[in-house]
Design a protein around this ligand. Structure first.
Ligand SMILES: [Zn+2]
Length: 197
């Protein structure tokens, strides 16, 4: 049996389903106005209702923020538990969804274009760095840097060198001796080659 109810606005008799639920109405648990009347009213007063809503939000923004904060603080443990329970119940699905979303993003034309653009930039910059001009420029920059560094730290470098030389006298003498021998050997070798030509 279908129950009917008369709308207190349009006075039409309509099935109960044409009225929204209203738990505060003890008689039939439905609102006095039918859905069509509510919707018509809403459309007619849309601008005004939106404005009222905006005003309420503006006036109560701080209070709502505070309410949300205190609700979260008071229920932090419960919220955390239910979130992690939900996470674990759907863990596989969540992981699968995330990795599918990642794969989809990775394969999207935008992401591909971005990767290609980055590759292009990297190659262009590498090509720029590897030209003889760029290498020469880099060499000159390094030379200039070394020159400036030495000029600015002349005394400190000299003092450090002196300390090192004093501490390594024998090693340095040995290195000089080996270098002399190497030079002599090289000269003899060159003479030998020259003789052959
Ligand atoms: Zn109505």
């Amino acid at each position: 049996m279908i129950e009917f109810k008369t709308c207190s606005n349009c006075l039409e008799c309509k099935p109960l389903e044409a009225f929204w639920l209203d738990n505060s109405n003890a008689r039939d648990g439905r609102q006095p106005w039918c859905i069509a009347c509510h919707e018509a009213y809403y459309l007619e007063h849309r601008e005004h209702l939106l404005e009222v809503g905006r005003q309420w939000q503006a006036e109560n923004a701080e209070r709502m923020k505070e309410w949300n904060r205190s609700y979260y603080v008071e229920n932090a443990e419960k919220i955390r538990r239910s979130e992690s329970a939900r996470y674990y119940a759907n863990r596989e699905e969540v992981i699968a969804r995330r990795s599918a979303a990642r794969a989809e993003h990775y394969n999207s034309p935008e992401a591909k274009a971005k990767r290609e653009e980055e590759d292009r930039k990297r190659e262009a910059s590498a090509a720029l760095k590897s030209t003889p001009e760029a290498q020469e420029k880099r060499r000159q920059e390094l030379n200039a840097y070394n020159r400036d560094y030495h000029a600015a730290n002349r005394e400190a470098i000299r003092a450090k060198k002196k300390l090192y030389n004093e501490a390594n006298k024998e090693k340095i003498a040995e290195r000089r001796r080996l270098a002399r021998l190497a030079k002599i050997a090289a000269e003899k070798g060159t003479e030998g080659t020259d003789g052959g030509n």
